[in-house]
Design a protein around this ligand. Structure first.
Ligand code: SAH
Ligand code: SF4
Ligand code: F3S
Length: 496
């Protein structure tokens, strides 16, 4: 084999998989692999998979069918193709994948991607399956991407701070595919955030399946012989990250209502860098179903929590996740869900039909809801949620807000950025403004984007931002987000 080799990673599932896919290409870079968007020119194709619902998991096998044909075509002309399956399906069904899909050379779980160079080398001699949870910290073993690579990835970045989950909601595979809850040491996260900011990243979204349960303890930053170290929670971590020059916007996802502590709520009041948008799934509005789901709170607890968060940050917008047709859900339970949606007033939300997952308690419940009932409830739910999103977007019309520009827009002469509430905003402006935060007046509301114009507003009150604006590095009138990817379902996931 000669010269450069190319790797193509196809990512399914949540933002954590998006983060992991970049780490995989980082791990392979020292081996001479460069990333390619074109699957046809790849020597190595990796599917980074999601197991959250049946449909998500099935996609993997149809994609493997296509790769089998590709591998045969290559073999016919004397070329080769190596195929890897990573992520949560790999973790859950490792051996089954190898059995069902002979095209696969390597199967590796989410905790093993730092071993990738080794696995690729081994796979030349035969198929390998690596789904153990290794004792070492994979983050310690990953090479950092070059500055150029970080810049090429854009002005917004994900940063995984916590992995796994100990909550065991009755419907969910995550505690099995990602294992027990583990937090990365704060010093490691701070160093990564500083490196990102140093390469021009303006917005970081902290990731975790249960991100607000973050509890890193370490003897790095803040450690002294007297205090014997410092315990970290998400609020303290955000406060520390807000000190990093250039890092003007912070977000975090996904949170569990049970872990929204007072300090974190106060951070929403005190940190201008913390954007006024929070994904806080409730799943159902029925106390009976919430108990059956093992969510560990009821509807009233959730509503009280929302009240406290809104008191701390009045302009905060909320998003949520909903499951319809959980075993035992009656029409009355479903109406409780419609009611809580009405009471909270979500800016956006994701909704799904309950999908029984192997190994989870709810999968074997005898009172499964028939498919047509799930379909009908989902349609009703989505109608209500879509109307809410539309109303929220309409409420931004005429507003002046800070937008972090991320990339060229749909039309020539346009660039697109994100509002504080994660809405895409299209503006006529020069591409040199990508990577800066500027004030924009919203002039029209489309289905998927807001449309606005740059404004010069010295001294004006700007919605959604309480001061980060002034500190832009560009000198432009100033104040990112990765694509609007749902934590569990990827871009464009509307639920089904
Ligand atoms: N940790 C997050 C959720 C991660 S999974 C939390 O607790 O909120 C993302 C979303 O996928 C969940 O919020 C839920 O709405 C949906 N989901 C998870 N398992 C599912 C299943 N078996 N069927 C349908 N939707 C599911
Ligand atoms: Fe954990 Fe969220 Fe899954 Fe519940 S839904 S088990 S909190 S990942
Ligand atoms: Fe895994 Fe994320 Fe899907 S944790 S199961 S890839 S939602």
């Amino acid at each position: 084999m000669s010269g450069i080799r190319k790797v193509h990673v196809k990512t399914y599932g949540c933002q954590m998989n998006v983060y992991d896919s970049d780490r995989m290409t980082d791990a392979l870079a020292p081996e001479g692999y460069v990333e390619t968007d074109n699957i046809d020119e790849a020597d190595l194709v990796i599917l980074n998979t999601c197991h959250i619902r049946e449909k998500a998991a099935e996609k993997v096998y149809s994609e493997l069918g296509r790769l089998r044909v590709m591998k045969q075509e290559r073999a016919a002309r004397g070329d080769s193709l190596m195929v890897g399956v990573a992520g949560c399906v790999a973790q859950a069904e490792g051996k089954e994948i190898v059995r069902r899909a002979p095209v696969v050379d390597i199967v590796f779980g989410p905790q093993s991607y730092h071993l990738l160079p080794d696995l690729v080398a081994k796979a030349k001699a035969g198929r390998v399956v690596e789904t153990e949870f290794p004792v070492e910290d994979k983050f310690e073993h990953l090479p950092a991407p070059t500055r150029e690579k970080t810049i090429a990835r854009g002005v917004t970045s994900f940063l995984t701070v916590q992995e796994g989950c100990d909550k065991f909601c009755a419907f969910c595979v995550v505690p099995y595919t990602r294992g027990a809850e583990v937090s990365r040491p704060a010093a490691q996260i701070i160093a990564e955030a500083e490196r990102l900011a140093g390469a021009g990243v303006r917005e970081v979204t902290l990731l975790g399946q249960n991100v607000n349960a973050y509890h890193g303890a370490d003897h790095g930053e803040g450690w002294s012989a007297e205090t014997g170290g410092r315990d970290w929670n998400l609020a303290r971590l955000l406060t520390r990250l807000a000190e990093i020059p250039g890092l003007d916007r912070l977000r975090y996802t996904t949170s569990h209502p049970r872990d929204m502590d007072d300090e974190l709520i106060a951070a929403h009041r005190d940190l201008p860098q913390l954007m006024p948008y929070l994904h806080l799934p409730v799943q159902s509005g029925s106390d009976r179903i919430l108990a059956a789901m093992n969510r560990k709170h009821d509807a009233a607890d959730y509503l009280r929590l929302i009240e406290r968060i809104r008191a701390a940050r009045p302009d905060i917008a909320l998003s949520g996740d909903f499951i319809v047709g959980f075993p035992g859900e009656t029409e009355e339970d479903f109406r409780d869900t419609l009611r809580i949606i009405d009471e909270v007033g979500y800016a956006s939300a994701f909704s799904f039909k309950y999908s029984p997952r192997p190994g989870t308690p709810a999968a074997t419940a005898t009172d499964q809801v028939p498919e047509p009932v799930k379909t009908e409830r989902l349609a009703r739910l989505q109608e209500v949620l879509d109307a809410r999103t539309k109303a929220f977007n309409e409420s931004r019309n005429g507003m002046i807000m800070d937008v972090l520009f991320e990339k060229p827009g749909r039309k020539p002469g346009q660039i697109v950025g994100r509002s504080p509430w994660l809405q895409p905003v299209q503006v006529d402006a020069p591409t040199e403004m990508i990577g800066t935060i500027a004030r924009v007046r919203i002039e029209a509301i489309g289905t998927f984007s807001l449309f606005g114009a740059l404004v010069s507003t010295a001294g004006a009150v700007v919605a959604g931002d309480t001061g980060a604006a002034a500190r832009g590095a560009s000198g432009l009138p100033t104040t990112a987000h990765p694509a609007n990817v749902h934590p569990a379902l990827g871009a464009g996931a509307g639920g089904s």
